[in-house]
Design a protein around this ligand. Structure first.
Ligand SMILES: CC(C)(COP(=O)(O)OP(=O)(O)OC[C@H]1O[C@@H](n2cnc3c(N)ncnc32)[C@H](O)[C@@H]1OP(=O)(O)O)[C@@H](O)C(=O)NCCC(=O)NCCS
Length: 211
C-alpha cells in the first residue's frame, strides 16, 4: 500500500482545484496564528505561498509533530501496517476514501491483550450517515481478530465521545490541558476503555504504598 501516493492524489486534478484550495484557506490562518503565538522556527511566508497539501504538510504539519516531511509520516504509517504493528481500516465508496481508523497493536510484552484505537476520521461530507460507527465496529472486530480484547482510546471531540459511549466505551478519566487546539489554546482529553466480548477486566490488587 502506497499511502504517500494516495495523499498525493488530493493535490491533483479536481481535488486540487476545489478541495485542496478550500481546505488550505482554512488551515493557513490557524498555522500562521500558531507560528506567531509560539515564535516557531517555521517560514510563515512559505506557508502563505503554499498551494498543495504536500507543501503545507512539509512546511508545517510534519515538523510540528516531529516528522521530517509529509512523506516521512506516511512512510512510518505504511511501515507500521506492513510490520503488523498497526491495522489501518478505510471506508470506501466508488474508489474514494470517506473515512479511516487505525488500531495500534504495538504494545509492550506485558500488554499482549491490549490495543489502542486512534485516528478515527470521517470526511466532513460523509458524516452523520453511520460511517464513524461502522469504522469503530470494524476496528473492534479487527482488534479481536488480532487477539486483543482490552481497548483504549483518547479524544477531545464531543461528537466522537457520543459515538464511543453509544458503543459501550467507559470513561477512565480526564486530563486537563492535554492537547493543543489549532488556535493554540489547550484542551482537556478524555480517556476511554472497552473490554470486548463481555470480558470484564479482573480488578488487580494494588501494590501497597511505600513508606
Ligand atoms: C467523530 C466522527 C468520526 C463521527 O463520524 P460520523 O461518520 O459522523 O459518525 P456516525 O455517523 O456514526 O454518528 C454521528 C451522528 O450521526 C447520527 N447518524 C448516524 N447515521 C445517521 C443517519 N443515517 N441519519 C441521521 N443521523 C445519523 C448518529 O446517531 C450520531 O448522532 P449524535 O452525534 O447525535 O450521537 C466525525 O465527526 C469526525 O471525523 N470528526 C473529526 C475527527 C475526530 O474528531 N475524530 C475523533 C478522534 S478521537
Amino acid at each position: 500500500m502506497d499511502l504517500a501516493a494516495a495523499a498525493r492524489v488530493l493535490d491533483s486534478g479536481f481535488n486540487r482545484m476545489v478541495y485542496t484550495s478550500h481546505f488550505l484557506n482554512l488551515l493557513k490562518p490557524m498555522a500562521l496564528a500558531k507560528i506567531a503565538a509560539h515564535d516557531l522556527a517555521i517560514d510563515a511566508r512559505a506557508i502563505r505561498a503554499s498551494l498543495t497539501f504536500r507543501q503545507f504538510d512539509d512546511l508545517f504539519t510534519a515538523p510540528l509533530h516531529g516528522f521530517t516531511s509529509a512523506d516521512d509520516y506516511w512512510r512510518r504509517v505504511e511501515r507500521a501496517v506492513a510490520d503488523e504493528r498497526s491495522i489501518l481500516l478505510a471506508a470506501e465508496s466508488d474508489g474514494a476514501v470517506l473515512g479511516t481508523v487505525q488500531v495500534d497493536v504495538d504494545t509492550p510484552p506485558n500488554q499482549p491483550h491490549r490495543a489502542s484505537v486512534c485516528k478515527l476520521l470521517v470526511h466532513s461530507d460523509a458524516r452523520r450517515r453511520g460511517l464513524g460507527e461502522a469504522l469503530m465496529v470494524a476496528a473492534e472486530e479487527a482488534a479481536a481478530a488480532a487477539g486483543r480484547w482490552l481497548l483504549v482510546l483518547d479524544t477531545a471531540t464531543p461528537a466522537a465521545e457520543r459515538l464511543y459511549r453509544r458503543l459501550g466505551w467507559t470513561v477512565a478519566g480526564v486530563v486537563p490541558d492535554y492537547a493543543m487546539n489549532p488556535d493554540c489554546s489547550l484542551t482537556q482529553t478524555v480517556f476511554y476503555w472497552k473490554a470486548l466480548a463481555g470480558r470484564a477486566p479482573a480488578a488487580s490488587p494494588r501494590s501497597a504504598p511505600r513508606r
